[in-house]
Design a protein around this ligand. Sequence first.
Ligand code: ATP
Length: 306
Amino acid sequence: MTRPVVVRVPAKINLHLSVGARRSDGFHDLMTVFLAVSLYDQVTATTATGLSLSVRGEGAASLPLDEGNLVWRAAAALAAHAGVPADARLEVVKAIPVAAGLAGGSADAAATLVACDELWGTALGRAELVAVAARLGSDVAFLLGGGLALGTGRGELLTPVLAAGEWHWVLAVADGQLSAAEVYAELDRLRGTKRLQLQPPEKLINALRVRDSRAVAGALANDLQAAALSLRPALRATLREGDHLGAQAGIVSGSGPTCAFLVGTSRAAVALAAALAAAGVCRTVRIVHGPVAGARRVVANPVAPA
Ligand code: ATP
């Protein structure tokens, strides 16, 4: 029997998320800067007959174990694309909270593509994997490569962005979930008939390149934030508290409800995380840094599947 393939995949936050018009396919045009951060899910693929799926860890109980799960859809899409049978046992260990604005589902899909490509020996190569990924969801292609990238289209057209060094963040994870579709619908409702131009993230990209953290803090932007706050007004208190406790900047991550706070050092991250937890303005906190690599095979010491 072939050895199990274990793949680790990070979460993402959006440092810039400009949302344009709703397109005829229902998606919105985006201009976004993705950052992959060090909060990881893990997918293990093992030889089997037919497809089966198990999920444990953060938020596992809320997830479907059939084609409703992006992991299942990713394996089926890869098998169809490569013309091989979809034969694998897939085991997911989740640390990325579900429907939290961190793209955990897309991350798992990216990890599954890498794991099954290896398990089945389909050796698709990066460009073909990206093409399959883009059909599965807007963030999946980014999470294959990770790092820091500008995303256009609906987020699937990627250009790498250079950044000097590591950036430290505290994630304040809220109670409950927010559906990305509902947050986009709320944004459309708030905007009414107003048509907005996509805003390019030039200031942010320059600030990242020269490591001007004050300028990065000032350039963080998320069009979905107003909609997320409209649906979850309690997030205002989280953002205010992070600001009060000395974060360089705070922003709703993607469609929320996670809030991401930028800090200068890993020590500052520990202090802010403890203070946010003590203030009781979120369910839990996570200290992360980025950019980190996207979905990658783990060779030593994986988290043991159940
Ligand atoms: P989106 O990716 O839609 O922008 P998000 O980052 O806030 O949203 P995800 O954790 O990716 O949230 O989950 C989005 C939805 O995808 C959830 O409602 C969930 O039921 C569904 N889903 C399917 N498979 C998975 C998976 N493996 N992990 C997480 N969510 C999944």
